[in-house]
Design a protein around this ligand. Structure first.
Ligand SMILES: Cc1cc2nc3c(=O)[nH]c(=O)nc-3n(C[C@H](O)[C@H](O)[C@H](O)COP(=O)(O)OP(=O)(O)OC[C@H]3O[C@@H](n4cnc5c(N)ncnc54)[C@H](O)[C@@H]3O)c2cc1C
Length: 347
């Protein structure tokens, strides 16, 4: 199996911070995975394209970077089935499908990252989530050294969540994902911005619109390093919403099936006055307060300090604790945000 020692991860994280791993393994086949050393006593991290990852320390743990390749499209009378290797790029798959007349993924265009990471946080955008299409995830289990296939229910998908972030965390590697796309395609134009399109818009037109909306709203990590939305949209009770509405009648909210409401984390941050804030060569994006950007820092610690500061300011104003969508990776492996030492932000 290909591996590389003292590997710089700078080009493998969309925050573009410095971090070096003692060794990176690049498994491409099941026999590569079977030949991985037993890592149960060592901190390690499974890395896709690093677009949802913050390397907090300049030393990273051991990295497994799955490089399973291949895309196969098959069909039945009613559906297409798309099988893709974990190491393929998500957006390339979306384009390939649309260009081959396989529709349904257009609302998820331009989401950065790998196929292997897509089920982990159940990627979603413009009113659509991976779980709407994902019918099977192939998974290599470290302890039994065998491959399992999980159906959609077994993946326990929910908003930005799945079994891979919970019970299966660090227990194995996703090698392949299978998506089912109906031949009876219907555009999903419910989300704001897409409703400007005519109701008979085709999938390519929807994809182009999604791309142009995303490019207008979100900074390109190649120009201004970032990891997209840094925090998840918080879900609160209707009672909490009612008390917030007495002070902020214009607060945006989205009702959930379970009776709770989801608030817009970006709006909350904006109300603290932090939109466009900049310090220690990092900052809050000037157009999209939910995106933390790295202007020119080498260090993940600076992004962490900023994120802690934003979390505190939002908590002071709304008594709501934002929780990050981005994964926090230290030299000792992944850590929960609240367990990380506070960075001295007033220095
Ligand atoms: C500009 C920008 C915009 C974004 N917009 C969106 C958006 O609209 N919607 C959205 O949902 N996300 C969005 N994101 C976040 C990001 O695109 C997704 O989280 C994406 O799935 C990350 O893919 P990755 O390969 O870069 O994952 P990484 O950051 O490398 O890893 C993310 C997680 O997946 C795990 N993982 C990766 N590969 C595997 C594997 N093969 N097996 C097991 N675990 C694995 C990692 O351990 C980690 O926990 C955005 C990010 C950026 C930079």
């Amino acid at each position: 199996m290909k591996s590389s020692k003292q590997f710089s991860l700078r080009k493998n994280n969309s925050f573009n911070v410095k971090s070096t791993s003692p060794i990176v393994y690049f498994p491409q086949t099941l026999s590569d995975l079977e030949s991985l050393p037993d890592l149960s006593l060592n901190p390690f991290y499974i890395l896709g394209e690093g677009s949802n990852t913050l390397f907090v320390d300049t030393q990273a743990p051991i990295i497994i970077k799955p490089d399973f390749k291949g895309i196969d499209i098959s069909e039945t009378a009613d559906n297409y089935f798309v099988r893709a290797g974990a190491g393929e790029n998500w957006h390339n798959l979306v384009c390939l499908c649309i260009n081959n007349g396989v529709y349904g993924l257009e609302n998820l265009a331009l989401i950065p990252g790998s196929i292997g990471a897509s089920p982990v946080q159940n990627i979603g955008a413009y009113g659509v989530e991976l779980s709407n299409f994902c019918v099977e995830v192939t998974w290599f289990d470290f302890s039994s050294r065998t491959v399992k296939t999980l159906d959609s229910q077994e993946c326990c998908f929910s908003y930005r969540d799945s079994i891979f972030k919970n019970a299966f965390l660090n227990k194995g590697v996703i090698t392949e994902v299978v998506l089912k796309l109906s031949k009876k395609w219907q555009a999903n134009l419910s989300y704001s911005g897409l409703n400007e399109l005519p109701s008979d818009a085709n999938a390519k037109e929807v994809m182009d619109k999604v791309i142009s909306l995303r490019q207008a709203k979100l900074p390109d990590p190649d120009q201004l390093p970032n990891a997209g939305s840094f925090f998840k949209n918080p879900v609160v009770s209707v009672e909490k919403l009612a008390s917030l509405k007495t002070i902020y009648p214009e607060i945006p909210f989205y009702s959930q099936d379970n009776g709770n409401v989801k608030l817009a984390a970006g709006w909350l941050i904006e109300q603290t006055g932090l939109k466009g804030y900049r310090k220690s060569q990092v900052g809050v994006h000037e157009n999209q307060a939910l995106v933390l950007v790295n202007h020119e820092s080498d260090y993940g610690k600076d992004i962490l300090g900023l994120a802690q500061f934003v979390q505190q300011e939002v908590h002071k104003k709304f008594e709501i604790l934002l929780s990050p969508e981005v994964r926090m990776i230290t030299s000792q492996g992944e850590r929960q945000f609240i367990d990380l030492p506070m960075v001295d932000w007033d220095k």
